[in-house]
Write a protein that binds this ligand. Structure first.
Ligand code: G1P
Length: 306
């Protein structure tokens, strides 16, 4: 079975949906509880056996390099026990960085990884979406890697079911013959209108590719907004007769993202309330607030809030 060790974490997106928070700082560095989102993504990758990490950065993203830059020269081994305990428990991890000089879409960002990847299969984990299970890194990437090793498709994507009216926010797959924990797909469409969506299984921030993807990205036309979509490159692969499989998130696996304020706020609240040290006290505080009592005023003997 192929052992996949390389993972690309694209983190070059402009984050315009979160302006002004992300006007001059990366959305991937927004905290989810005590850690920036991209650290949780890196820890998930490492927990799934991926220890060679290439992060695709861009303008206003230098904080990401600083965050992981424990060693020298942008290639650092994570040796700081205080900051990276989960990464360290899995052995040595190497970080590499490359810049996407102009924001031209997720497909274009992944194309920057060609010199790093060479001719090996590799994973992609979007830097603005974390997938956890019971507060720990989810195992979906490992299941995807096993399926890749067993069936040798051209690509594997993680999917989950979303409400029909949410399909236009995602890449959406068309199952070839029914669905299950894993299923083959016959088409994939980026952000379809609900009436044109082939299913409600949405692409969920994790991918495994054979290196063939690079030649498909190179011939993928730009979309209407001038971006090269990864989904469109996968669509060309399918049209050429390549096999692509989908792996569904397990029932306990939850995806949180920092792409827009509502999703980010939910993710932060969940992670803060699950904090081992402060979670219980914070939960009590939130309960008081939603019950209409302002804890600070109550402590001062003042009237209830509202
Ligand atoms: C990207 C992909 C999309 C995928 C989504 C979530 O969209 O283009 O196919 O469903 O991530 O993984 P974005 O959220 O960057 O617009």
């Amino acid at each position: 079975m192929t052992t996949i060790r390389k993972v690309i974490i694209p983190a070059a997106g402009l984050g315009t949906r979160l302006y002004p928070i992300t006007k001059a700082q990366p959305k991937e560095m927004l905290p989810l509880g005590r850690k920036p989102a991209i650290q949780i993504v890196a820890e998930e990758a490492v927990a799934n056996g991926l220890d060679q990490i290439l992060i695709i950065t861009g303008q206003h993203k230098r904080a990401i390099e600083d965050h992981f830059d424990i060693g020298l020269n942008g290639h650092s081994s994570a040796t700081n026990h205080n900051f990276f305990p989960n990464i360290l428990s899995n052995g040595d991890v190497s970080f590499f960085f490359v810049r996407q000089s102009r924001p031209r879409g997720l497909g274009d960002a992944v194309a920057e990884a060609l010199p790093f990847v060479g001719d090996e299969p590799f994973a992609v984990a979007l830097g603005d979406a974390v997938i956890t299970e019971g507060g720990c890194p989810a195992g979906v990437l490992q299941r995807m890697g096993e399926l890749f090793g067993d069936r040798r498709p051209a690509a594997v994507v993680a999917v989950r079911q979303v409400p029909d009216d949410a399909v236009s926010s995602y890449g959406v797959v068309e199952p070839s013959n029914g669905v299950g924990e894993a299923f083959s797909i016959s088409d994939i469409i980026e952000k379809p209108q609900p009436s044109e969506a082939p299913s409600n299984f949405a692409v969920t921030a994790r991918y495994i590719f054979s290196p063939q993807i690079f030649s498909y990205i190179a011939r993928t036309p730009k979309d209407d907004s001038g971006e090269v979509q990864l989904t469109d490159a996968m669509r060309l692969m399918l049209q050429d007769g390549h096999d692509i499989w989908a792996v569904t998130l397990a029932s306990g696996e939850i995806r949180y993202d920092v792409g827009n304020f509502y999703e980010y706020a939910k993710a932060f609240i969940v992670m803060a309330l699950a904090d081992p040290e402060e979670g219980t006290a914070l939960s009590q505080y939130v309960k008081e607030i939603v019950n209409g009592r302002h804890p600070a005023k109550a402590a001062n003997g003042e009237e209830d809030w509202e």
